[in-house]
Design a protein around this ligand. Sequence first.
Ligand code: EPS
Length: 388
Amino acid sequence: MALRLITAGESHGPGLTCIVEGLPAGLRLRPEELDSDLARRQLGHGRGGRMKIENDRAEVTGGIRHGVTLGGPIALQVANRDYENWRERMSPWPVDADIEEVHLPRPGHADLVGTQKYKLTDVRDVLERASARETAARVAGGSLARAFLREMGVHVVSHVTQIGAIHTHVEEPLELHDFLEVDHSPVRCLDPAISRAMVEEIDALRRRNESLGGTFEVRAFGLVPGLGTHVSWEQRLDGRLALAVASIQAIKGVALGEGFALAGKPGSEAHDEIFHSSERGFYRETNRAGGLEGGMTTGEPLIVRAAMKPLPTLTKPLRSVDIATHAPAQALRERTDSCTVPAAGVVGEAMVAFVLANAYRQKFGGDHIDDVCDAVTAYRERIDWRTR
Ligand code: EPS
């Protein structure tokens, strides 16, 4: 049993589609829970004009009846409202009008290599699919994974830890309740003073026609130990998480637990010692490994960190070359966002939720959600894993 997530659609085309295959029957869903993640992804200081146009909603076109999954593939559609302004340029079928091609690839985007690889003359044929608009479809699908995980007692959250030069200091351990208010921050940062500094940083760089990157963390609480496996490289959960998060547009680094910082520590300060008590069973007092050992969850909170580069569509364009004439030129200038790190955190949650839901599906199987819950309960009893 494996979970699959497929997206289709272009940024300014008619809409985005997400198909999720492999969820059990009997999972109860509410429309608000799909739409609330979509709305959270649209927020964040530093967004551009496009987010004033879109109002993302997931329309279910398959796999759910009367709010309950049927066990088959689930299809979700997210309309692009902006398509109204792009009808001729993005029509799936030929149009009478002359459509001007885009010939100015942006450094840092898929534009140049995409045209080479796919034998295209119009950069728009690449950028429309490469656009991070696609993450709306991932988030729609991720909210199904999140609903499934809720039944497993698992909650996936995120927060922003850096924007441009402004960092926040994370006081460990963070608990689930620490994240209750995170969406109230305009940059989804847990520290109000640092949030304000991040907002100022975005504004200052935007005035200089710059874009900004940053870092965020995704954490998952309530996991059982033993998701993933040490026995096969491609089934290791650390590798799967890294793939899923690194696949988000503009993500250039992924760390698990303390990640790169562990490289400089002596071994005695890099690991999480093991304890046991009759009340708690096995437990740790630190979580430097971020809840992963040997490619498997340990049952401690999962911590995945990601670094996002500054967005490559700049209002102060970089040097490029016209792909038709080969003459030096300035890269394409398009309306864009100046910072999407807060939104990327929500996308990170969706990708991590998907990987974790997949791991539960693979480990516990089951055609109905009750079968899955029974299998998880039996496993928890076998390994004597206490509710945390
Ligand atoms: C994006 C460019 C902008 C972003 C877009 C991603 O779109 P536009 O070119 O229409 O202004 O707003 O992100 C979204 C539309 C979204 O929903 O996140 C890009 O080039 O990747």
